[in-house]
Design a protein around this ligand. Structure first.
Ligand code: FEO
Length: 169
């Protein structure tokens, strides 16, 4: 059984994952508007991944006999000044999510909840990847600068990203 504190914290994380999903969907719409279909695709996959993160915790709370309580999802930012700014904010956001996950692990340790700690280790590993992939794009964009051909090539590369549900299996 989950402690009250753990259950509340996991519910907050479900909300944070849906909030992340909504932010990335908003970023996808911005890229659609810029006719950068590859980057829009990348963000759309990011959106879908975040939904799977929320549902992984949703399933876990239910499995442990807890109660999922959904809360309103904060409205996302809708406008950005540049492509670089979008990805810098993506990186910043993933760093924030990593700190939320670390905080959840701290609570699991305090509560001596080994099962939740074990479930959370998947997220700890996932956040390393999430930060690394956003960081890589930020660095590529800094190298490209305003070179339209570079942007075109990167957009094309990002159109290749496919959705894989990493939480399955
Ligand atoms: Fe659910 Fe992008 O972390």
């Amino acid at each position: 059984m989950l402690s009250e504190k753990m259950e509340k914290a996991l519910n907050e994380q479900i909300n944070a994952e849906f909030e992340s999903a909504y932010l990335y969907l908003s970023m996808a719409t911005w890229f659609e508007e810029q006719n950068l279909d590859g980057m829009a695709n990348w963000m759309m996959i990011q959106f879908r991944e975040e939904e799977t993160h929320a549902l992984k915790i949703y399933d876990y709370v239910n499995e442990r006999g807890g109660r999922v309580l959904l809360k309103p999802i904060k409205g996302p930012k809708t406008e950005w000044d540049s492509i670089l700014q979008v990805f810098e904010e993506t990186l910043e956001h993933e760093r924030l999510v990593s700190s939320l996950i670390n905080n959840l692990v701290n609570i699991a340790v305090e509560e001596k909840d080994h099962a939740t700690n074990s479930m959370l280790q998947w997220f700890v590993d996932e956040q390393v990847e999430e930060e690394a992939s956003a960081d890589k794009i930020v660095n590529q964009l800094k190298l490209i600068g305003d070179n339209p051909q570079g942007i075109f090539m990167l957009d094309r590369e990002m159109s290749q990203r496919n959705f894989v549900d990493e939480t399955a299996g």
